[in-house]
Design a protein around this ligand. Sequence first.
Ligand code: ADE
Length: 228
Amino acid sequence: MRIDVVSIFPSYFDGLSLSLLGKARESGILDLHVHDLRDWTSDRHRTVDDTPYGGGAGMVMKPEPWALALDELSAHSDASTIIFPSPAGEVFRQSRARELAEQEHLIIGCGRYEGIDERVFEYAVSLGDVHLVSLGDYVLNGGEVAAMAMIEAVGRLIPGVVGNPESLVEESHEDGLLEYPSYTKPAQWRSRDVPEVLLSGNHGAIATWRREQQLERTRTRRPDLLGD
Ligand code: ADE
């Protein structure tokens, strides 16, 4: 998969050369390119923002650098999916991560300030499949941290990125429930015991216990996932 990220702070993404995603990049499974939006400006100050029409606080990102960036980057593939992280977007869920992991080319446009001129989103529709995606109901200073979270959530679903694909199956949100609790040695630690059933060797009983734990945790911590 190819991912192009556009930001005015490209160095945010330096951390993506570490760990599993770093290895995926080295092996070529993940072809990640990070670009500076200012490279698509033409004035001496490399200006990317201006004051909002209608007044109001803050600055708005100008449309032309974004259009030039999207024109150039979308030409790398016949089918680009263009994502704009935004607190005004649809909430990002595991189901969306799974969908995105199947795409050949993602472009992620990270807005800053009060956002991007709205016409950019309309224009982008002519170049790809466009999604405004929110990390959650809170406001970040810009799309970069949200983009990193999405790249990690999507990247680890690309076949070959996570060494043991079975570890992807039994984790939170994969079956609509939270993950069951995990324990490792020692069996007794600071007066706390590992649940007996996990030491029993009875795989059926362990599977039942884990399922019950998933349901109980989801019911208490995230009843919304059960539709309650
Ligand atoms: N940019 C600012 N806040 C955001 C959020 N909650 N999700 C995605 N992008 C954002």
